[in-house]
Design a protein around this ligand. Structure first.
Ligand code: BDR
Ligand code: CA
Length: 316
């Protein structure tokens, strides 16, 4: 089998950094490019962070800045989770470069790559779905041409992490997420249902860094405050949301999926709520009529998922 041709759409972001390291280390992944979006920090910062990480690891791939704000009306634009990801989006480690505003080219990059590689590009989106939704708006034909879309996002049978209803990536642009789930392409969501059960303890992270070299040590260093935040929230380690989705991309057999049609609420008290109409459900379905079947990872072999990460990121 050829390598997975991946565009990584991201808002680095501490768990984004681990996911990116997993992708650049994985022998079966060809990272075609990185696109950035606002979310864990403003887009100028997430773009700077993506470039900083790749340069630190000696990896050369195109980086394209993307959306600075949500497609959903009346969403806050200046509300960043600095208490989780740090003031600089990467756990307050020293970063020599300053953020600079760059042209918004992420959606066009996705379109160009999908058209140039019909059926081959796999999008892994681990931030807000804004770039993807804009690419769909600009070029609806890409739905037929993309390989598939994997996202980290949603909370289907568990509470959200930003409101009782909503997971952060979906909450940040629920209208975009509703467009992405409603398009006629294959979307698999790896939601909080599973990601909050995939944890790496501080000790395990250090063990991976001890064998993974300087690149992985950088990831471990920038993760320390994030682990402390999750510790205070009652978790025994680093919740590896985005890297869990990256493992789905390479090792889907480790995951149990539920299939159905997905809507996202983008107004009111349930803003950002992800609701699936399971494909075996009987009953009225006017709200779901004509929507494509998508999937979410309801469960998985969490030990095996963590072992894959340790093997890829901790390998010599
Ligand atoms: C998601 O929100 C972001 O803060 C993380 O990077 C992850 O993508 C988890 O809800
Ligand atoms: Ca993220």
């Amino acid at each position: 089998m050829g390598k997975h041709k991946v565009i990584f759409d991201t808002d680095p972001g501490v768990d984004d950094a681990l996911a990116l390291y997993y992708l650049v280390r994985h022998p079966q992944v060809q990272l075609v490019g990185v696109t950035t979006v606002f979310g864990n920090a403003p887009v100028a910062v997430t773009t700077r962070n993506a470039r900083f990480l790749l340069r630190s690891w000696g990896v050369t791939v195109p980086v394209h800045a993307g959306a600075a704000q949500s497609l959903t009306p009346d969403m806050p634009t200046e509300d960043f989770p600095v208490h989780i990801h740090g003031q600089n989006g990467l756990g307050n480690i020293d970063i020599p470069e300053q953020p600079v505003d760059e042209p918004d080219s992420a959606a066009q990059f996705m379109i160009d790559q999908i058209r140039a590689n019909p059926g081959q590009i796999r999008i892994l989106a681990v931030g807000r779905m804004t770039n993807l939704a804009r690419a769909l708006q600009m070029a609806p034909d890409i739905a037929d041409l993309v390989g598939d879309v994997v996202i980290m996002g949603g909370a289907f049978r568990v509470p959200g992490n930003i409101t009782p209803a909503a997971e952060a990536n979906i909450w940040g642009d629920p209208l975009a997420a509703d467009m992405v789930f409603g398009a006629d392409w294959h979307v698999t969501a790896i939601p909080l249902d599973l990601t909050t059960r995939t944890l790496i303890t501080r000790r395990e992270l250090q063990a991976i860094a001890a064998t993974g070299g300087a690149g992985m040590q950088l990831v471990a260093d920038l993760s320390q405050d994030y682990i402390s935040f999750y510790g205070q929230a009652g978790y025994d380690g680093m919740v590896i949301h985005d890297c869990c989705a990256a493992v789905f991309l390479t090792d889907p057999e480790l995951f149990r999926l539920i299939h159905g049609q997905v809507r996202v609420l983008w107004q009111g008290i349930g803003l950002g709520l992800t609701i699936m109409n399971p494909r075996d459900r009987k009953g009225p379905d006017a709200e779901w009529a004509d929507l494509p079947l998508q999937a979410y990872g309801a469960d998985g072999d969490t030990d095996a998922i963590l072992s894959r990460i340790a093997k890829i990121c901790g390998g010599e």
